[in-house]
Write a protein that binds this ligand. Sequence first.
Ligand SMILES: [Zn+2]
Length: 299
Amino acid sequence: MRTLRALGVFAAARLLTRNEARVLCYHGFSYQDEHAFAPQLFMLPSTFQQRLDQIAAYGFNVVPLQELTRRLQAKEPLTNVLAFTVDDGWTGFARFALPELQKRNWPVTLYLTTYYATKGRPVLNVLRRYLSWKGVSLPVPAKDDQQEHDGLLHAASAAGVDLKCSDGGLFELSSPDAVAKLCANGLDLQLHTHRHRLPAEDALLTDEIDTNRRIIEGLSGRPANHLCYPSGEYRRSQFPLLKKLGVQSATTTHLELVNHRCDSLELPRLLDGENLHPVELDAELSGFSSLVRRIRRRG
Ligand SMILES: [Zn+2]
């Protein structure tokens, strides 16, 4: 890839894909060693700073996600457009990533999943996987959240694993108060379902969106009509229901660029994580990787 980049192949790909937009996707940021545990989900703050320098070198027109979707729906040009999205609402976003974006005056959309954010507890399934990765001997999973929480914390403490960080504990989502303050400073807050799932049953899906939206709009004071599919999973058969619920756009985890052939409820993104080598990010940003994937699909 370095050779191709040096030969100008990436620059040519950029030219060929100049009329397609890029939507970048990030998740959490590390206080300790979370990036070593889940490099697709957590990134070192220093890596993120390098990423922003790398992105800046392209001279993209960084716009709010809503502006990108507006242009898409109005069939306006998407030339040179890029938008930042961050999923879930891990506390490390507000601590490490948001200030760096604000320094550059780059807007960002945060897709907040509200169940754990309102409970004031770490995301238990991720905490369990982390402790297992740390080699901690764990209790049998409890059905009750409070019992599961207490069991995991007890096991961590017995094994000498420190879960404290400058914002409380590892694997927590930003509190409603913290998120409301960020929104008052201009953060765009959007939908990611209440319990981080997209049920197949219409009534349950409606409840997931409605509950998530009620909390989010209460915190931001602005409409929340843009969704990110939790874990990237969705069914096209549910698009009519999502439209009825007022969802104007939805982002996936398909690696692609956004062009006028895209459905607003199926917007692809470029996923960045600690697992990506900088040259791989260049391959994605330039459009080179997308062109290769298109050629392969045709083949
Ligand atoms: Zn998520």
